[in-house]
Design a protein around this ligand. Structure first.
Ligand SMILES: Cc1cc2nc3c(=O)[nH]c(=O)nc-3n(C[C@H](O)[C@H](O)[C@H](O)COP(=O)(O)O)c2cc1C
Length: 195
């Protein structure tokens, strides 16, 4: 292995990475083999004590609408105040893109490695997936929405007690070009510590 891999292209990719709007995704999305390769690349993250405290659940084809329908039922049960508009929105969630990947944070709370570190590794994996997708020509977007915080959805997806949805990564082809958005002024975020 090499200690570094200087690449102006890679640097530019990171400097200019942009999410796609959830309304701007369309077909095609990555096929099974392409997606499996992307997910494999994404797992190449820092991971204290090699716990691999994450896993993926992929939604493609008809499974997306099946999820949407079940999610609407769960929303009705969990949020009696949900309006028709909110329910209609949910009914379209996973069919907004050809592929949705749920990234599940799966820490071992009994392990010596703090859960926080295990969760950070999962966050790094999500970002890796966005970068790997963009580098492969796929538009991508990391969304949570209420389905990332719902006990009913967690049960539907088979999450265990300590697992949480870290992200739903929507993958596909961009219908249009995103605009740049405001970015924080580095001067407000970078300080140099002195004793
Ligand atoms: C953990 C997490 C959850 C997010 N959930 C949502 C969401 O539910 N809805 C949304 O519009 N953006 C959400 N975002 C923000 C978008 O993924 C994206 O970062 C944002 O639109 C800014 O675009 P950029 O990634 O190109 O900077 C989330 C980001 C993170 C890190």
């Amino acid at each position: 292995m090499l200690p570094t891999r200087p690449s102006a292209d890679a640097r530019k990719l990171i400097a200019l990475r942009r999410s796609i709007s959830k309304r701007s995704l369309t077909e095609p999305g990555p096929d099974k083999q392409t997606l499996d390769e992307l997910l494999t690349v994404a797992t190449r993250v820092p991971d204290h004590r090699r716990l691999a405290p994450w896993r993926f659940l992929v939604f493609e084809g008809d499974a997306r609408d099946a999820f949407n329908q079940r999610a609407v039922e769960i929303q009705k049960q969990e949020d009696p105040a949900a309006t028709e508009t909110m329910l209609a929105d949910t009914a379209s969630y996973f069919t907004r893109s050809p592929v949705v990947v749920a990234v599940i944070s799966s820490p071992d709370p009994t392990h010596k490695t703090p859960v926080w570190e295990q969760e950070l590794s999962c966050g790094a994996l999500c970002q890796n997936l966005l970068l790997a997708a963009n580098a492969s020509g796929w538009a991508a977007c990391w969304l949570s929405e209420w389905i990332a915080f719902s006990p009913g959805i967690n049960t539907l997806l088979g999450l265990t007690e300590h697992e949480r949805i870290a992200a739903y990564i929507y993958l596909g082809t961009a219908k249009d070009t995103p605009l740049e958005r405001m970015r924080p002024d580095p001067a407000t975020k970078i300080q140099r510590w002195q004793a």
